[in-house]
Design a protein around this ligand. Structure first.
Ligand SMILES: [Ca+2]
Ligand SMILES: [Ca+2]
Length: 350
């Protein structure tokens, strides 16, 4: 339903109208790559080492949930000392209510080394992200980023990796991983750890921010690689150019081109259902049908020996973010011969 609506709109709206609509949001995946281990930090890797669930949110550029040199909020204190997310989630919630933050971000805790990912959406109003996680066990040590800007020079960054060094929240005076609680009163400023077990320049992990969208070619050798390609990102509000091509040069010219679109891949992905005679590598060969169903067929330009390009404007509908499409090209010549291209697994981002 959503797919049909999107494609119907795509067919109705000119590319220029779509291109200039809302480019104000972007969806990201953040991957917390925990690298802390006995080999990365010899002598500073206690039994049961792990990280609490990441917690934070998206927010305005000048909003802070913590700052180096500033005092920890109760949300940061509780997170750094116990790994509990609730108090900081409340602080982000208050900021959302006050119009200073966009959304909360929460994940589950992990061992180390390991990695875990979350997705979130940033907007023109809330282009920055703050995330923290407790180094555990520890008195009040944590990793975090304070207001990473994902909108730089009016463009969303594609990928950004931020190394994470141990921070001390200044709210407990314990000096060892399993020291008894010793509340620091009055609290001290949040600081990069320069003494104790984490004094070096080796990060304990990183946050990798990646803008979400992907186009992946799939199929087997039965469908020649490169016979269907896409240029342009898979993002709402942006046009994508699909190029169908008989890379083997065995189709008769001219040939009609079509683009078949499905919401599901054929069973056996990345392989498909072999159809005798539908091979693009030569007359009489077998080609794989790579789609489970054919939900929509778009007519492309005539293939005359050069790639046949079909431009599809992806509608600027936020509901499409995350939608997966499976796309395969079909060429039909006057012999008559039908042949199918490789497939594209298309995940729409923003
Ligand atoms: Ca401390
Ligand atoms: Ca404390």
């Amino acid at each position: 339903m959503k797919l049909h609506l999107a494609l119907a709109l795509a067919a109705l709206l000119p590319a220029s109208a779509l291109a200039q609509t809302d480019a104000g949001t972007a969806t990201y995946k953040v991957t917390f790559q925990a690298t802390w281990s006995a080999s990365s930090h010899p002598g500073a890797f206690p039994g049961g080492a792990h990280f609490s669930g990441i917690v934070g949110g998206t927010h305005r550029t000048h909003t802070h949930f913590f700052e180096l040199g500033g005092l920890a909020t109760s949300g940061i204190e509780v997170m750094a000392e116990t790994g509990s997310q609730g108090a900081l989630v409340s602080e982000v919630g208050n900021a959302i209510a006050a119009g200073a933050a966009g959304q909360t971000i929460q994940g589950a805790g992990i061992g180390t080394p390991a990695s875990t990912s979350q997705t979130f959406t940033v907007t023109d109003s809330f282009p920055a992200v703050t995330l923290v996680t407790m180094i555990a066990p520890s008195p009040d040590w944590f990793l975090g980023v304070d207001g990473v800007e994902l909108l730089q020079n009016d463009a969303w960054v594609d990928s950004l990796s931020v190394p994470l060094y141990a921070l001390d929240s200044g709210t407990d005076s314990g000096t060892g991983f399993t020291s008894f609680n010793q509340d620091t009163n009055p609290a001290e400023p949040i600081a990069l750890m320069t003494s104790g077990p984490f004094f070096g320049t080796t990060p304990l992990g990183s946050f990798l921010f990646e803008r979400l969208d992907s186009v992946l070619e799939y199929g087997t050798g039965a469908n020649p690689a490169g016979s269907l390609a896409a240029s342009g990102p898979a993002r709402i509000g942006q046009p994508v150019t699909f190029s169908l091509h008989d890379t083997s040069g065995t189709m008769a010219q001219p040939a009609a081109s079509f683009l078949a679109i499905s919401s599901a891949a054929a069973p056996g992905y990345p392989a498909g259902l072999p159809i005798p005679g539908w091979g693009l590598s030569g007359p009489g060969t077998s080609g794989d049908l790579l789609l489970a169903t054919i939900d929509q067929v778009l007519v492309g330009p005539t293939w005359n020996g050069a790639p046949a390009d079909l431009v599809l404007p992806v509608p600027s509908l936020p509901a499409l973010v995350g939608l997966e499409l499976f796309i395969q090209g079909v060429l039909v010549d006057s012999t008559p011969r039908i042949a199918v291209t490789s497939g594209l697994h298309f995940v729409i981002g923003s």
